[in-house]
Design a protein around this ligand. Sequence first.
Ligand code: 6PG
Length: 251
Amino acid sequence: MANATAKPAIQIQPDQQALFRQAAQRVAELLKQTLAQRPQAFLALAGGSTPRGLYQQLGQLPTSLAPDWQRIQFFFGDERAVPPEHPESNYRMARETLFEPLGIAASQIHRIQGEAPPEQALADYRQRLQALPQQDGRPCFDLILLGMGDDGHIASLFPHSALLAETEHSVCSAELAGRGRRYSLSLPVLNQARHLLLLVSGAGKAATVQQALGTIPAQPPTLPVQQLHPQRLEWFLDQAAAQQLPGENVS
Ligand code: 6PG
């Protein structure tokens, strides 16, 4: 059950490379904790550009820190309606930075078929999500990785999007103005994750981070990122993205 009261943990690193290193160690730690209790772990990857560095660091972890990658099932938090070889494909980015370097077997990878007709892509991914432990009829991920846009969007849940209100299906899709068709895990699935890790880097997001996390008195939570209330939410920021938070000095 989502926990709306737990305060998010906030980790701030001096620069982007330190952010990627620390986030990679935390991801590995969380996956190992899961694998200590279960035969496999279910992970949803973030898209966009920021996670590239995190995935590269995951691929370079010393064996002593790395989880047993063969026991991880890889899913995606969202995807664009493009073929897997397309430069904008989140699957392609993960394949190049994580799956190939780690030698992940195709059987462990569950991509959203962006090249397929929407109904087929949705049906296929919904079927794949059935492999996860279910809670309230929805898949329960052990760990979901997310980025955040400078408008506060997460996955492909954008401000004022009808997808934010999706509660019936675990994965949803819409044509988004100026962005083409997108696929996204729905908010209830994000909030049902046992752990959710938000990775945000760069000064361009500092104002949104401050709005989402700052101490602006009683401002209504209008950003999609403010609707995240999983069991455990951890923000991983670099100093540039955190610079407008109360008490953060810009170095
Ligand atoms: C996507 C992502 C999206 C991303 C943010 C941040 O498919 O684009 O899932 O939610 O995380 O847009 O993107 P950057 O990391 O490129 O800033």
